[in-house]
Design a protein around this ligand. Structure first.
Ligand code: SF4
Length: 382
């Protein structure tokens, strides 16, 4: 069921860039709800639920309002254009190529506006429908930056995808679309999330996802775990039961114990790293920097390294205090108006220590990053 509604809001401006992951600062969606209705989708959680204040009695008739009742933002492209026109250039997250797009075409119009204003985009997608806009994606790519991350949980179309993402486009079709983007020189890879414990975390599946990504020219694998909050858990468990009822008890235990959850997540991540290594594929996305003003590009480069360090510690189950120390320092430098190299040139390490969240050991690391950057720049000029 499609319902057009009036709103003034379309652009989310995140407090900080999601450093180490997609590198996004903004996100926008012309549609609320998702027809693909993946059983593990975190968007059914109360805080994201697009229907929580809905009083439409038709909703009560539906088994899964999230995937069966799609709200369309009236005049979404115009709203988007107004919202983005005066914003500083930064990466926008989009993800809306579901069947409703065939009727309204708002994703295409939003991309046209990104092109008009030279905004870079990251698209997290499950649908080859995106290829209908390949012409615009190529133009944005030439002028700014495009990265398409394919959401994939299984290396092939099997029982896992049939049960847990029954309405989504076939995995094979996503991989083919990845190949087509590669042929068109558009950066692409796999968002391998969520890896379902005891289900899609088998070594053969992990290898297959990574191998198929590599075959289709994907440049990265971004792995992540399953979260099951509120109603998401109830909904997901219906399908878990269908897949293997013995897993219900294992999942109850897993989600009741932070320690067990962490052990399993670390093990899964290590397997992902092993196969990323085997197929020479990155397990992170390099930060796109060229669209930032030249005077702050060095800040983005330095914060990239710190963000990636925070993510590495997080994924490997390391010291939480250290992880957050890196992340907070990264935020400070990422959002700094002054050029960090100028600060260092004028005041040395003491200048770095005046930055919020930068202690002695992180100041030392920043210094190393700056020095290696200076050496790189000098070697380019020889
Ligand atoms: S495609 Fe993405 S947004 Fe849509 S239901 Fe699946 S996980 Fe959720």
């Amino acid at each position: 069921m499609y319902k057009v509604y009036t709103t003034k809001h379309i652009l989310n401006i995140h407090k900080h860039c999601d450093g180490g992951w997609f590198w996004i600062k903004y996100s926008a969606s012309p549609y609320l709800g998702c027809e693909y209705g993946c059983t593990y989708c975190y968007c059914r959680e109360d805080k994201y639920d697009p229907h929580k204040r809905e009083i439409d009695p038709e909703l009560l008739e539906l088994e899964d309002p999230f995937s069966e009742y799609i709200k369309i933002k009236d005049k979404a492209p115009e709203l988007f254009k107004k919202a983005i026109a005066n914003k500083p250039k930064d990466l926008i997250y989009l993800d809306s190529y579901q069947p409703v797009e065939k009727k309204y075409g708002y994703c295409r119009k939003i991309l046209e506006i990104c092109l008009e204003y030279d905004f870079p985009v990251f698209i997290n997608e499950k649908s080859p429908l995106l290829l209908k806009d390949l012409d615009i994606l190529k133009e944005i790519n030439d002028r700014s930056y495009v990265n398409v991350g394919w959401s994939i949980i299984s290396g092939k179309d099997d029982e896992i995808s049939a049960i847990f993402e029954p309405n989504s486009p076939k995995t094979d079709s996503r991989l083919e679309a990845m190949g087509e983007l590669t042929e068109n020189n558009i950066l692409t890879g796999t968002v391998f999330m969520p890896i379902l414990p005891y289900i899609s975390d088998k070594e053969e599946n992990i290898e297959e996802v990574i191998k198929n990504t590599s075959i289709n020219g994907g440049k990265y694998i971004l792995d992540g775990g399953l979260t099951l909050n509120g109603y998401c858990k109830t909904y997901f468990f219906n399908f878990l039961e269908k897949y293997d009822s013995a897993l219900i008890e294992k999942y109850e235990k897993l989600f009741a114990s932070e320690e067990l959850y962490s052990q399993i997540s670390i093990k899964i991540h290590k397997t992902v790293l092993k196969y990323c290594n085997k197929y020479s594929i990155a397990n992170y996305i390099n930060r796109p920097i060229k669209f930032f003003p030249p005077e702050i590009q060095i800040n983005k480069k330095v914060s990239e390294k710190l963000f990636l360090k925070a993510r590495e510690i997080q994924m490997e189950g390391g010291d939480k205090f250290k992880e957050w120390a890196y992340r907070k320092a990264a935020w400070e430098i990422d959002e700094l108006n002054d050029n960090i190299l100028d600060i260092y040139n004028k005041e040395g390490r003491n200048g770095l220590l005046l930055l919020k969240g930068v202690g002695k050991s992180i100041a030392l690391e920043i210094e190393k990053i700056l020095i290696s950057n200076i050496i790189n720049e000098q070697s380019k000029n020889i």
